[in-house]
Design a protein around this ligand. Sequence first.
Ligand code: GLN
Length: 478
Amino acid sequence: MEFAKLTIRAALEGLRKRTLSAVELAQAVVGAVEACNSTLGAYLWFDREAVLKEAAAADEARAAGSDLPLLGIPLALKDNICVAGEPCGCASRMLEGFIAPYDSTVAERLRGAGAILAGRTNMDEFALGTSTESSAVQLTRNPAAGDYVPGGSSGGSAAAVAGGLALAALGSDTGGSVRQPASHCGCVGVKPGYGRISRFGVVACASSFDQVGVLTKSVADAALLVNIMAGFDPRDATTLMVKPAAWDGSSDLHGMRLGLPMEYFVDWVEPEVKSAALAAAERCRELGAEVIEVSLPHADYGPAAYCVLAAAELSTNMARFDGVRYGERAAGVKRIEGLYGESRGAGLGSEVKRRILFGTHMLSGANYERYFMQAQRVRALVGDDFSKAFECCDALLTPVVPAAARKLGESDGSPVEAYRNDSFVVGVNLAGVGALTVPYGTTAAGLPVGVQVIAPTLQESRLYRVASALEAMIGGGR
Ligand code: GLN
């Protein structure tokens, strides 16, 4: 099979049967990166020699009898996930040249499973954005249509996977940053429930929302990676003690009840996007699921609450990038206040500054009670909405985004427009539940459209069950 379509599962089968070697696999990745990355801009950094060397070691280990679950599988990582000795710059000038001094837990677990951590992918600066255009380093193009955005903030990871430059990639999802680019580029994107995967060694965006997620070519690949990374980590007190039950591979929808939250099927959703989600629901019904309408009554307030809370958390997390503890230091400044101001002024892009200012304002004086605490109350209500919905259905099926990818540079620059585009993804992060994007067709213009499946935190296998039934429908998932 050509590398662009190769899944982890198929690659592992080849490796185990010795019809494929890890070196051949690595050469295919290297070849694809060398041929396409200068156009696509998916990777920020890729160490060709290291990948080939690790692949040779993986082949030797296999010959010596090792059969680690990801032995010889190259994976791309978003630029906010630390791998010891590699750059980790969050696509920001602030962290230019920063080399991670230690491994994140996810890097450690993946490498422990035999994976080759191959390269860093582009992103919106510090994971803030929906198009990857706020990267301070380079532009990333949508592999399906080169003059369109790949989505964001994990746009480099989505473009690498969908563009055939990676078998799979890691992203992070604070408010949709895995699911939204997966939808725009046409790959699977999973954000597990909050606490499933350790955040240790992942640059914090908004800590009570952040989860590492995966972008893959199939649902089975996503389930495999999530299960390897998930589980308690003493270095992240928010990780759950319970290991997810391994998904049994079933896509049988008989006896399953799926809810369509009516607040996500409103009239400002593009008709082609809405009809993809409705067609997916219809397909699930044909496959044996019962499909009902449900309500998430506070859905409209979710995006505003997300804006306040995520910015507030971000503003405190960003305090460490001051040119002293972390970050590029402005030269020739004598006074400490000036040093902070100059370093942050020069090192951070406008979206990051906007959020720091907004978040700080939300936490200042009376605003703390007026906005921050009010948003916390809304967050609880949004969480209750999901809990109530899950009392009458097993999973929810929704559009991921109100519209397919837009053209590069076409935004009017209004943050409100960008935040509105997050309307169907941020509720999941407010509630801490698990969700995924599965590709479900394209628009007439050929742009990918995904649908979102949402399930309670400890029930990720329901996500995989529904999504694998849908991906089989469109010929994916091998
Ligand atoms: N679009 C979201 C935002 O800009 C993405 C955040 C994220 O998931 N990292 O806040």
